[in-house]
Design a protein around this ligand. Structure first.
Ligand code: FMN
Length: 280
């Protein structure tokens, strides 16, 4: 098993934090990680700042949609990004790199999606015109014991469940499920998409493997109610997260490739095509 797989497996949405601050040394490392984050595959890069929970208003907590569910958070990772094409994929990709590095440091995090265009998070990051602030994430040491509210939340979202391969990954056309055996050296990279976090655990990513050209086409099966509520961007973030898991795993296994928007990607009415990964 690749080392990155262990970190990806270790990550979970932490909603109950230990009631203690992050120690100096770890905080220093966390800041270094934030400062050295690369840009995403589409060229966008989130601007990230750490915000003290004490400076966050009760109204802001309500906006998180998880009022009462996140316990003892002292620090938040707040990230804004310029509104360019595929900015949300870049956002998911870059911020997940940070989440995984934080997991490696023994820290817990939880993606929280919402609209934070006004309020203390927006003020703390000095949100500019033409920028979005689509998520924030508490960060800290996970508590030994999960609070009851967290356990209930995990139950409602079915957080420990994931869709089977047959619903997510396909070979050459959408009527042929891709098996791990057929995926061969790419099986672990795909499995690490399957266990990725996603908003409300919707797991909207779909991947079509062109077995002859060795190309992976990434699509979104968008949730209709998300579109209606103006929360569609969260699923683009989900896709960016999936891209990071796929690429990190492939790279660690010595498999190289590049992201490209392909004009030859198969068309399908029920899915939104986003990007392809071309093996090289
Ligand atoms: C973009 C995004 C937004 C999310 N928003 C919330 C949120 O507002 N509140 C919350 O409690 N969890 C949120 N989550 C966490 C998901 O519910 C969680 O990833 C999913 O249930 C799977 O559980 P796991 O992360 O523990 O594997 C979000 C996750 C993502 C990727």
């Amino acid at each position: 098993m690749a080392a990155i797989t262990e970190i990806i497996k270790k990550r979970f949405s932490c909603r109950t934090y230990a009631d203690k601050p992050i120690d100096e040394e770890t905080l220093k490392k966390l800041k270094e990680i934030i400062n050295s984050l690369p840009a995403g595959p589409f060229g966008g890069k989130p601007r990230i700042t750490l915000v003290n929970a004490a400076s966050t208003s009760p109204q802001e907590w309500k906006k998180l949609g998880t009022y009462g569910v996140i316990k003892n958070a002292r620090l938040f990772v707040v990230g804004a990004i310029k509104d360019t094409a595929n900015a949300m994929e870049d956002y998911g990709y870059c911020k997940e790199l940070l989440v995984l590095r934080a997991t490696q440091l023994g820290l817990g995090t939880c993606w929280l999606g919402g609209t934070f265009s006004s309020g203390s998070f927006a003020k703390a990051i000095n949100l500019q015109e033409g920028e979005s602030l689509p998520t924030v994430a508490p960060i800290g040491y996970p508590a030994q014991k999960k609070a009851l509210a967290e356990k209930m939340m995990r139950g409602v979202a079915g957080s420990d469940k994931r869709k089977p391969w047959s619903e997510l990954f396909f070979a050459d056309n959408f009527s042929t499920p891709l098996t791990p055996k057929q995926a061969g050296i790419y099986a672990e990279a795909l499995e690490n998409i399957r266990i990725a976090p996603s908003a409300a655990n919707k797991q909207p990513w779909r991947v079509l493997y062109d077995t002859k050209r060795n190309v992976f086409h990434f699509f979104l099966a968008r949730t209709f109610s998300y579109k209606l509520m103006g929360m569609g961007a969260l699923q683009d973030i989900d896709l960016g997260i999936a891209m990071s898991h796929f690429e990190l795993t492939a790279h660690e296994q010595g498999i190289s490739g590049k992201w490209q928007i392909s004009v030859n990607a198969p068309k399908t009415s029920s899915l939104d095509y986003i990007v392809s990964w071309l093996s090289s």
